[in-house]
Design a protein around this ligand. Structure first.
Ligand SMILES: [Zn+2]
Ligand SMILES: [Zn+2]
Length: 216
């Protein structure tokens, strides 16, 4: 696969019509796939992407110890019950210290889309930026999730932000506009994204039906 051809492109007609970042009770969410789909229809969404937390390491944390193929089966079942809703299965994977992503090949094969995000990362600017750049070069990564977590421990200069945004643009990685209030990026960041012409996608990061994006 060409590094610039991304899985998300197949679903580009849903870019502005869906919620691209949703969790379930397979990990740390509260609701099932079916419950989230019911709410998605009530909220006027045309698509929903289940992007569950994953890990490739054996040391899965308590709530992440589940069989990814069961989630896939639930999604397949939901597709039959909600014919008017586009339902994707994917994952939210952590960016590792070396810029790798914490997901197994088996899981990647089952994913329609992949979000790569920072969750807890040492507060070292060079280390984090190097890791991010490597992840943004990874052909499996479709979306950079909640960019706000890059800015938690240090400020970035304007040109540093522009370099990262341009890298997303060049590598066809969508920049997430995460709706969760705790993930609001620094002022001016999203304006810069739009000005430079990088593509964005909306994700609620819902962990319950109450958090799902509303279209109406
Ligand atoms: Zn996250
Ligand atoms: Zn998430």
């Amino acid at each position: 696969m060409d590094a610039l051809t991304k899985k998300w492109e197949k679903y580009s007609s849903f870019l502005n019509k869906g919620d691209w970042h949703v969790h379930t009770n397979y990990a740390d969410g509260e609701n099932s796939v079916i419950e989230m789909c019911e709410q998605a229809e009530k909220n006027g969404l045309r698509m929903i992407a289940f992007t569950e937390h994953v890990r490739k390491t054996e040391h899965v944390r308590k709530k992440q110890d589940y069989d990814f193929s069961s989630l896939v089966k639930d999604v397949e079942h939901a597709r039959k019950n909600f014919p008017n809703l586009k339902i994707l299965v994917g994952c939210e994977t952590k960016i590792l210290l070396d810029g790798g992503i914490d997901v197994s090949e088996d899981v990647l094969e089952m994913c329609d889309i992949v979000i790569a995000s920072f969750h807890r990362f040492p507060p070292e600017k060079d280390l984090q930026i190097t890791a991010l750049k490597k992840a943004l070069h990874n052909p499996n990564v479709d979306i950079w999730g909640h960019p706000a977590t890059l800015f938690r421990n240090f400020d970035l200069k304007r040109n540093e932000m522009e370099n990262i945004i341009n890298l997303c643009k060049r590598n066809n990685v969508l920049i997430e506009n995460n709706l969760c209030p705790k993930y609001i990026p620094p002022e001016g960041f999203m304006d810069m994204v739009h000005k430079l012409g990088a593509r964005t996608v909306i994700g609620s990061d819902a962990h319950s039906v109450w958090d799902l994006r509303k279209m109406n």
